[in-house]
Design a protein around this ligand. Structure first.
Ligand SMILES: Nc1ncnc2c1ncn2[C@@H]1O[C@H](COP(=O)(O)OP(=O)(O)OP(=O)(O)O)[C@@H](O)[C@H]1O
Ligand SMILES: [Mg+2]
Length: 255
């Protein structure tokens, strides 16, 4: 059965989408069957996977609230090593429409049941908020991956995310665990980054991935070509870091 992971942090611009796309590609490089779900109305992961938001017929909106089967919405591209449920701004409406649905936090989990066995890993790119969309991702997931940019405000908001995870674990999804905290856009020459990194390890110990994602221009360039960094420049520091993350992630998941 495919294991589902939410890549989330309500803080914006910390590397959620970059991590979802590149971890998906790095896992696929390891011959894993991967599905990426774009659950952010900004649709950055969709664009980053080379899919034109303007031309998609069905999106994660349809899977969540319009009762489309996931099977009908999944895009399988010959030149992509993993499958995608794309999105666009339509998903903004889901936030409101979900309010009228019973068991509204469970919509994504239920919708994914029929396709889970087709994949080893399903990665969900979440929006920068603790919204109903993020709650759906957390209820559907077994693990949470939290990208963190090591800067002054990095830890702010982390405690409310952790409280939300704990609440969902108690009420709706007992299997939910923090898989790991990931240091992103890391600059080892920056004292503050090193200080925040030490704080993270003091607080969260083994929950912090050993793999560190450096600030690397190739990671910022790859999305404009609609490909992962592994396809764009596999010898770049960014690609090497995401391959290392994938190895560590698979070890943690023992598969
Ligand atoms: N390691 C990195 N090195 C250089 N640039 C990066 C790195 N990671 C992300 N970026 C760039 O930083 C910006 C924000 O990254 P990204 O979109 O992944 O963050 P996000 O958390 O998904 O943002 P949002 O909260 O808006 O969804 C993007 O322009 C991305 O290309
Ligand atoms: Mg994003």
């Amino acid at each position: 059965m495919g294991k589902i992971f939410a890549v989330t942090n309500q803080k914006g611009g910390v590397g959620k989408t970059t991590t979802t796309v590149n971890l998906a590609a790095a896992l696929a490089e390891n011959a894993k069957r991967v599905l990426l779900i774009d659950l952010d109305p900004q649709g950055n992961a969709t664009t980053g996977c080379g899919i034109d938001k303007a031309t998609i017929d069905k999106s994660s909106y349809d899977v969540l609230v319009a009762e489309a089967s996931a099977e009908d919405v999944i895009l399988r591209h010959e030149d992509s090593s993993f499958d995608v449920i794309p999105t666009n701004a339509d998903l903004t409406a889901a936030e409101i429409e979900l309010l009228d649905i019973e068991q509204r936090e469970h919509c994504l989990r239920l919708a994914l049941e029929p396709v889970r066995s087709d994949y080893d890993y399903i990665l969900i790119d979440c929006p920068p908020s603790l919204s109903m969309l993020t709650l759906n991702a957390l209820v559907a997931s077994k693990g949470v991956i939290i990208p963190i940019q090591c800067e002054y405000y990095a830890l702010e908001g982390l405690s409310s995310l952790l409280k939300t995870v704990e609440r969902i674990k108690q009420r709706a999804n007992p299997a939910l665990e923090i898989t790991g905290l990931l240091r992103t856009m890391f600059d080892a020459r920056n004292n503050l980054a090193n200080q925040v990194s030490r704080q993270l390890i003091n607080h969260f110990d083994k929950k912090v991935f050993h793999a560190i994602i450096p600030r690397n221009v190739r990671l910022a360039e790859a999305p404009s070509h609609g490909v992962s960094v592994v396809s764009y420049d596999r010898s770049s520091r960014g690609a090497i870091a995401y391959m290392a993350l994938a190895s560590e992630f698979m070890r943690r998941e023992n598969s």
